[in-house]
Design a protein around this ligand. Structure first.
Ligand SMILES: Cc1cc2nc3c(=O)[nH]c(=O)nc-3n(C[C@H](O)[C@H](O)[C@H](O)COP(=O)(O)O)c2cc1C
Length: 202
């Protein structure tokens, strides 16, 4: 069973989170992670004019754009986004708005899905961002998956991560690396999503 990990990332943090979700998926026999990104909306001349943007994009240059077939073939889906003014990024939302053919087919109904998020600051809106995407997942008929407190790192994290989904605090220059609690939560989430996907396929 394929677990689709579809994300948007400007500076690379959400991309690095996607890699950790994939590690969690790999721990579940019979499942494979499929990492995909979404179309960029920042004009190319702006990206080329900023070193931090160029570096973030260089990191992800080999990640394919997601297709509708990637969604059709997936048994579970993880959505990743940076926070934009307390809500989902326009780039990921734009991709979700392109899913209306699948909505009409009911192709995503009954598939488990969860959301991981990167913010600059601790209270910058990780939970708000996750909730800003929840209506879309429910309209598509997906089954929302978070992170239970049996994942003990939820008690110790000084960065991101909550029962609503994994998170990362990237810092005001977006250069803070993922810490060990954030990584453990991301991996536990990937594993859980894969396990639930397998159960729902039976
Ligand atoms: C337009 C814009 C709005 C943002 N809004 C927020 C915000 O509401 N809260 C926050 O903590 N960070 C905010 N940020 C910072 C981003 O969330 C941060 O750069 C991002 O998590 C880094 O992820 P990435 O490396 O995957 O792009 C904003 C950044 C931009 C460009």
């Amino acid at each position: 069973m394929k677990v689709l990990i579809v994300y948007y990332s400007t500076f690379g943090n959400t991309y690095k989170m996607a890699l950790e979700v994939a590690e969690g998926v790999k721990a579940v026999p019979g499942t494979i992670p499929v990492i995909r990104t979404v179309p960029e909306l920042i004009p190319e001349e702006i990206i080329q004019s900023r070193e931090d943007l160029r570096r973030g994009k260089e990191l992800q240059k080999d990640v394919p754009l997601v297709t509708l077939d990637d969604f059709r073939e997936a048994g579970a889906v993880a959505f990743g986004t940076p926070t934009r003014f307390g809500a989902v990024s326009a780039q990921l939302k734009n991709q979700i708005d392109r899913l209306s053919p699948l909505w009409q087919e009911g192709a995503l109904e009954g598939k488990p899905a969860g959301i991981f998020v990167s913010t600059a600051t601790l209270h910058g809106g990780q939970e708000m961002t996750i909730f800003s995407l929840l209506p879309s997942l429910l309209h598509l008929g997906m089954i929302f998956v978070g992170v239970p407190y049996s994942v003990r790192n939820l008690f110790t994290t000084k960065g991101g991560g909550s029962p609503y989904g994994p998170g990362h605090v990237a810092g005001d220059n977006s250069q803070r690396e993922l810490d060990s609690d954030e990584i453990a939560i991301l991996r536990a989430f990937g594993k859980r999503l894969a396990e639930i996907g397998l159960k729902l396929m039976k």
